[in-house]
Design a protein around this ligand. Structure first.
Ligand SMILES: *C/C=C(C)/C=C/C=C(C)/C=C/C1=C(C)CCCC1(C)C
Length: 229
């Protein structure tokens, strides 16, 4: 696909902007890894992997959009299927930087993610009714939120004596509740309320990825730097 970005294609431009921001963020997280204490290095590596995986998907998604003007749903969900579990691992890693965390925390967050994304995909591709798929995907997301607000992860965090980790945990929690809510809002407008155009849906998803992949990594980076000094 070699079609060019045309001057009025703002959706295509948003794909382009986000992909470049993801490339820059990847370089940043990998280089900054040198600056933080050993226990934080894996967290920064994972942040860089999230933005790297997303950057590559964004190159393909942009091509699909520019060439066809349709939603690159398959690439988007393959990206989410890889990056969302990696973001969930971050909760485990950030807590593990300062204490022992049982693997169950990670498994519950992973299961919630897979339920959320599996039903989201089924709804977006017409394998299921859009409303029933939405309800089930919301349940998966609710399960994640429950784990980090009230479940074992939150109890471990409450028991810590490290203000940097707790600050990062709180900011990550806000990301997963407020930042992530942009996706179901996009879905509602895209598929439920009579259906918005594909362009609106993609701009919303692109903006959400910017916040929740780069912003999420920056939160962890800031805590890691503060805790290493
Ligand atoms: C980097 C990509 C991220 C953080 C993607 C997150 C995606 C979601 C939180 C999607 C959630 C959805 C619902 C809660 C219900 C409707 C279907 C989805 C999949 C859009």
């Amino acid at each position: 696909m070699t079609d060019n970005l045309s001057s009025g294609d703002y959706v295509g431009m948003s794909f382009w902007l986000i992909s470049m921001a993801l490339v820059a963020a990847t370089a940043f997280f990998f280089v900054e890894r040198d600056r933080v204490a050993g226990k934080w290095k894996t967290s920064l590596t994972v942040s860089g992997l999230v933005t790297l995986i997303a950057a590559v998907h964004y190159f393909y998604m942009r091509d699909v959009w520019v060439a066809t003007g349709t939603s690159p749903t398959e690439f988007r969900y393959i990206d989410w299927l890889l990056t969302v579990p990696l973001l969930m691992i971050e909760f485990y890693l950030v807590l593990s930087a300062v204490t022992k965390v049982p693997a169950g925390v990670f498994w519950r967050l992973l299961i919630g993610s897979i339920v959320m994304l599996g039903f989201g995909y089924a709804g977006e591709t017409g394998m299921m009714g859009t409303t029933s798929a939405f309800v089930l995907a919301m349940a998966g997301w609710g399960f994640i939120i429950w784990e980090i607000f009230k479940g074992e992860a939150s109890q471990i965090n409450a028991g810590l004596s490290n203000a940097n980790v707790q600050g990062a945990y709180k900011a990550m929690l806000i990301c997963v509740t407020i930042g992530w809510s942009i996706y179901p809002i996009g879905y509602i407008f895209g598929y439920m309320l009579g259906g918005a155009d594909a362009g609106t849906l993609n701009v919303v998803y692109n903006l959400a990825d910017f916040v929740n992949k780069i912003g999420f990594g920056v939160i962890i980076w800031a805590a890691a730097v503060a805790d290493s000094e």
